[in-house]
Design a protein around this ligand. Sequence first.
Ligand SMILES: [Cu+2]
Length: 335
Amino acid sequence: MKSSFNGMRARAAGALAGAAATFWSAAAFAADTLGQPTNGAIDLQPGVTPLRHDAIWFHNVILLPIITAIVLLVLGLLGWIAIRYNKRANPVPAKWSHNTPLEVVWTLVPVLILVFIAIFSFKLLFAYNDMPKPDLTIKATGYQWYWGYEYPDQKIPEFVSNILPEDQAKARGVPYKLAVTEPLYVPVNKVVRVQVTGADVIHAFAVPSFGIITDAVPGRLNETWFKVDTPGIYYGSCRELCGVDHAFMPIEVHAVSQAEFDAWVAKKAPKAAAPAAPAPDTVAAGSTAAAAVPAPAAAGKATATVNPAAPPPATPEPKAPAAAAPAAPKAPAAK
Ligand SMILES: [Cu+2]
């Protein structure tokens, strides 16, 4: 009997060790993928902007040790009380109540801990608020259910960025539900200001590796900023429940060198022959058909947003890759 119990215990310990090893090898020791989620990872997505570095530092160096210490302290107290003061160990309980010094301590210590956290928390908040002089401005507009991007300084009129359909994502070897038809391009080591608004309902513009999440509210222009220190492709998504296809309006940002960015701008900006860029109708006839999208989208949906579950009224799919765009809004509905 004893030996079988020992055997069971050994097996249980073995299984536990195995599970722990699997967990840690899959989670903590898996190299986190830059710019997108990593399967099995438990850590924060690594960052590539000063704000994100600060936020991760705040979490790992300030918050996590404090939380761990408090959890261990409470666990220790619970254990101590359960063992030392149970009915058998302490048959005659003490009758006193209240201990003024102890009550002062357990009120003051949490206050001091919160003040200590607040010092770093406010510093980080101010860093988010104090945007350096921007080198580039992007306007991001959330629609049900895609993003519209505009580069006012580069005279790039609004273009539509849809989710990349699953078959195309597979064919290109990019992550489905993160990759898009028209990514954002930004130069590295430049301060990028993002002005965020919504056209129909509230969305939110979020890119974890940049450490930003900003609500896209109709009728309001919110602002955030980032400065990417490593070239690469970084994915984000809408972070405000905005209707049935909320999960299908990802964000893809390519951080490239200034030269590559300039080349992209040259390709994207309307040619000098069409200087009437602001008028969507005139641009629609040209190569950047996307410019015409926001107008019908905004006009048509302003009244149609009462019921977010209603089918999108003639969802505009004017993207050049015509095969790609129509599939995008339909794919989610089929699941
Ligand atoms: Cu949204």
